[in-house]
Design a protein around this ligand. Structure first.
Ligand code: SF4
Ligand code: SF4
Length: 303
């Protein structure tokens, strides 16, 4: 193994083992920190901020005051807990004394070598299942040097590497990854440019351009479409997705990612106030969406 690559450092917020929805087979998913988008429905709000930060779960808090006794960033008054994150220095004294794990520090700096040894723990499951490692986020391409070192090192160990991306990074980053990435899980959040800006905070021109360039370069791409009831479950959007699927015939397919509620509670923990609550769709509705896409000619990927 190349020691120079193994010593590259980056920031992650989780390594999740035995994932079955992040690409083919059984996978280990590594979540990198930082994202240029702020999707209203973000499934992984821990990944949005590049900084390490304090997470607080209101529903686990006993209002015992132990955190306030060791750090004046916390206050417990009249049976209410409050935290002034601006003043938090991440000393984590509060985390150590909290009896219910209501507090935690999100994000840590690691070397590529540390991540690869985690990934190798489940190597025996990858080959029989067609699995491997998925690098996700946040937006993993926000840490291009770290991501490149990760995929190169995974390949050197014979591990299938997938990258889950919003597509919102300079094309050069994707181009450098191409020889080492087995598949891209590429998000298509909204096909209407104005609505894309409204829902995610960024324009989709660069994203679509990257998608087309990666497709032309022969990348294996699964187009993943988060569908949020009341936001982008519109007929025009389904038509737009189908048009993209027809324009890019070598896509592995189009996969709908149905909204779930977990993310809204997570963003509150981080002190982020970016999410509304949406109604999670019933399975029959998701089936209807898939049928609509098929009717419009999309190559729907059934996991
Ligand atoms: S120590 Fe934990 S449970 Fe007690 S008040 Fe602080 S956050 Fe809540
Ligand atoms: S691209 Fe992903 S991580 Fe970034 S804000 Fe959107 S859903 Fe969250």
């Amino acid at each position: 193994m190349n020691n120079e690559l193994l010593n590259v450092t980056g920031r992650i917020f989780n390594v999740q083992f035995f994932c079955v929805h992040d690409g083919p087979g059984i996978r280990t998913t590594v979540f990198l920190k930082g994202c240029p988008l702020h999707c209203l429905w973000c499934h992984n709000p821990e990944g949005i901020l590049r900084d390490v930060h304090l997470s607080f779960s209101e529903n686990k808090c006993l209002k015992c005051g132990a955190c306030a006794n060791v750090c004046n960033v916390h206050k417990v008054t009249d049976g209410k807990h409050s935290v002034d994150r601006e003043k938090c220095s991440l000393r984590a004294e509060c985390v150590k004394v909290c009896p219910t794990e209501a507090l935690s520090i999100v994000g840590r700096d690691v070397t590529v070598g540390e991540v690869i040894s985690d990934i190798l723990k489940d190597k025996k499951f990858y080959e029989p299942s067609g699995g491997g490692a998925t690098f996700s986020g946040g937006e993993p391409a926000m840490q291009p040097e770290f991501l490149l070192a990760l995929v190169k090192s995974a390949k050197a160990e014979g591990i299938n590497a997938a990258v889950e991306t919003s597509g919102c990074a300079p094309y050069g980053v994707y181009e450098s990854l191409l020889p080492y990435v087995d598949s891209f899980l590429f998000d298509c959040k909204e096909t209407d440019p104005a609505l894309h800006r409204k829902f995610t905070g960024v324009d989709n021109a660069l994203i679509l351009s990257n998608l087309r360039k990666l497709h032309s370069a022969g990348a294996s791409i699964l187009l993943r479409c988060p569908i949020i009831p009341g936001l982008n479950d519109r007929d025009e959007h389904f038509r737009g997705i189908a048009e993209l699927s027809k324009e890019l015939p070598n896509l592995l397919g189009v996969e709908i990612l149905a909204y779930h509620r977990l993310a809204a509670s997570k963003s509150g923990r981080m002190g982020l106030n970016i999410q509304d609550e949406y109604e999670p769709p019933a399975q029959e509705l998701v089936k209807e969406w898939n049928d609509t896409l098929r009717t419009y000619g999309a190559n729907v990927f059934d996991a």
